[in-house]
Ligand binder design. Structure first.
Ligand code: NAD
Length: 272
């Protein structure tokens, strides 16, 4: 019978220094908020970025100036070779991986109606938002299992950033909705498979969050929010999602796995 993860000293797991997180799409938006929060909590962070090296370097320098320890690692999460490299570079630099945050994602290109949606968009969205996170979780989990068995880390955590689009329909973003809905099953699958290895797996389900992704639809959401889209009438901020990551990553919920945490101002509550 495996011993349960300890919560006595949440971020001090294992023996070799700070716990280490990989955050995909960490250079801007929600990912950046997560990186900043984890660094403030004492994590060493591998900041994965796709194309904005300037933003990733600037963030790493900002965190280093306040005592943070970050690695900047380029990689397209939809690419198998890049995923393997992100994991390998993190291990080379830090020698351990305690946490993976599958944050990187794209919206549906062109937001086409279901009857106009293309296979190209499907492949791109599912490749980045589902296949990429799935196989990165697999790659990271293999290392976490080994590291837990070796006693290098005490426990592992995987957090998948899905969306309210996993349960709220947008007929002009079918591929995005399907990819995000599937993340719940992906979370349950890994949670079940990895529990005996002391690795806990969670889903965070953000609502409308201010970022580059939502900037083009800001006016639409300003109005919807003012009209009561969510009981809490404001835009979510990256820091709201980061607060949930911080709590889950700390080991504060040691008897919970496969759980979905809503960060949506109450949007998910059905109302009459
Ligand atoms: P964003 O567009 O501001 O940032 C997305 C990040 O993912 C960027 O850093 C980008 O470079 C990275 N990325 C995209 N494709 C990548 C790839 N192939 N490989 C590596 N990195 C890649 O968007 P955001 O709002 O910060 O979104 C972050 C996550 O939160 C996404 O998974 C998104 O679906 C989810 N989400 C966002 C909202 C919202 O309202 N903003 C709501 C629910 C869920």
């Amino acid at each position: 019978m495996p011993t349960p993860p300890s919560i006595s000293n949440p971020i001090s797991s294992g023996t070799a220094g700070r716990p280490v997180a990989i955050v995909t799409g960490g250079s801007r938006g929600i990912g950046r908020g997560i990186v900043e929060r984890l660094a403030a909590d004492g994590w060493a962070v591998a900041i994965n970025f796709h194309s904005r090296r300037d933003a990733a370097d600037e963030l790493a320098a900002q965190l280093a100036s306040s005592g943070g320890d970050c690695l900047v690692v380029q990689g397209d999460i939809a690419s198998s070779a890049d995923r393997q490299r992100v994991v390998a570079e993190t291990l080379t630099r830090f020698g351990r991986i305690d946490l993976l945050v599958n944050n990187a994602g794209i919206t549906s290109p062109g937001r086409k109606d279901l009857l106009e949606a293309t296979e190209e968009s499907w492949d791109q969205v599912l490749g980045t938002n589902l296949k990429g996170p799935f196989f990165l979780a697999q790659a990271a989990a293999r290392e976490m299992v080994r590291l837990v068995e070796a006693g290098t880390i005490d426990r592992g955590t995987i957090i998948n950033v899905s969306s309210i689009s996993g349960f709220a329909v947008s007929t002009n973003r079918g591929d995005y909705c399907i990819a995000k809905a599937a993340m719940q099953m992906m979370t349950w699958l890994f949670a079940t498979r990895l529990a005996d290895s002391r690795i806990l797996v969670y889903e965070i389900c953000p609502g409308v969050i201010a970022s580059d992704m939502t900037a083009p639809v800001q006016e639409k959401y300003d109005k919807l929010i003012a009209d009561g889209l969510s009981p809490i009438r404001r835009w979510g901020q990256p820091g709201d999602v980061a607060a949930a990551v911080s709590m889950l990553a700390s080991g504060a919920l040691p008897f919970s796995t496969g759980e979905r945490i809503h960060v949506d101002g109450g949007f998910h509550i059905q109302r009459l």
